[in-house]
Design a protein around this ligand. Structure first.
Ligand code: SF4
Length: 232
C-alpha cells in the first residue's frame, strides 16, 4: 500500500485527472510521490519515449527503468543509448535473476517457444516485482486503444497485482497523437516502428504486423497470449 495514497485517494485522483493532458498527470505523479517514490517503466516503444521526453522536461533526473531480458532487438538497445544520451533521467537497467544459459540449463532451450508465460515470469514479471516493491507508484505507456484488455485503463488506478499506484498518462491518447508528439519534439524512437513493428518486445516473440492486423498481433505469434503479465 502506498504511504501517500490508499484506494480512496486513488479513486479521487482518478476522477480529478480523467481526460487531463498527460503532462498534468505526470506532474501530479512526480509531485505526489517524489523523486524516489515513482519511476517510469520504459521498453523504448513509441509511448515510452514520449513519456521520457515529457517527464524529463517536468522533472530532470526522473527515475526511468527498463527490463533487460537479454533478448531485446539491437535496435532497442541502440534506442536506449540514444535516450540516455539525450535526456537527463536516472536510467536503470533491471535484469532477470537467471542468465539465458542458466535458464536453458534449468528449463531447457527456447523456453519462450514452449512456455512463454514461464519465460515472461522469469525474465520480466519477477524482475519488475523487485523494482516495484521499492516504489509507491509506477508510470506506464499503456493506452486504451492498444488492446481490449487495456480498454478500461484510467490515468490513475490502483494496481492490485503489484500493490501500488499505476499512472497511465497516455490512457486516452491515439497512435496518431503519440506520433504527432514524437515528430513535433524530434523524440528518438525505435527504428523498428518504421518497419511495421507497432509493438516491440523480445526478438523470439515479436514479428512485424501485416496491413489491417491488430497492432499487438505481432506479439507471441502462435500463442493466445497478448500480455507479458506486467499489465492485466
Ligand atoms: S517476450 Fe518472449 S522471450 Fe521475452 S520474456 Fe516473454 S516469452 Fe521470454
Amino acid at each position: 500500500m502506498s504511504v501517500a495514497m490508499g484506494p480512496r485517494e486513488v479513486e479521487l485522483a482518478a476522477r480529478e485527472l480523467a481526460g487531463r493532458p498527460p503532462e498534468d498527470v505526470l506532474r501530479w505523479a512526480l509531485d505526489t510521490f517524489g523523486p524516489d517514490g515513482v519511476a517510469l517503466a520504459c521498453s523504448f516503444g513509441a509511448e515510452d519515449v514520449v513519456l521520457v521526453d515529457m517527464a524529463s522536461r517536468i522533472r530532470p533526473g526522473v527515475r526511468v527503468f527498463y527490463l533487460d531480458t537479454d533478448l531485446l532487438f539491437p535496435e532497442t538497445y541502440e534506442t536506449c543509448e540514444r535516450v540516455a544520451a539525450r535526456y537527463d533521467v536516472r536510467l536503470e537497467q533491471v535484469r532477470p535473476a537467471l542468465s539465458l544459459a542458466e535458464q536453458a540449463g534449468r528449463y531447457g532451450d527456447g523456453l519462450w517457444a514452449r512456455d512463454p508465460d514461464t519465460c515472461c515470469r522469469l525474465r520480466k514479471v519477477e524482475p519488475l516485482r523487485g523494482v516495484l516493491a521499492g516504489l509507491e507508484a509506477w508510470v506506464t505507456g499503456i493506452r486504451r486503444e492498444q488492446s481490449p484488455t487495456r480498454a478500461g485503463a484510467a490515468e490513475v488506478e490502483w494496481d492490485h497485482r503489484f500493490g501500488l499506484v499505476k499512472v497511465n498518462p497516455l490512457a486516452r491518447w491515439t497512435w496518431d497523437a503519440v506520433w504527432g508528439y514524437i515528430r513535433a519534439h524530434d523524440v528518438p524512437y525505435n527504428p523498428l516502428h518504421d518497419r511495421s513493428y507497432p509493438s516491440i518486445g523480445c526478438i523470439p516473440c515479436t514479428r512485424p504486423v501485416r496491413p489491417g492486423e491488430d497492432p499487438r498481433a505481432g506479439r507471441w505469434p502462435g500463442f493466445a497470449k497478448t500480455e507479458c503479465g506486467l499489465h492485466r
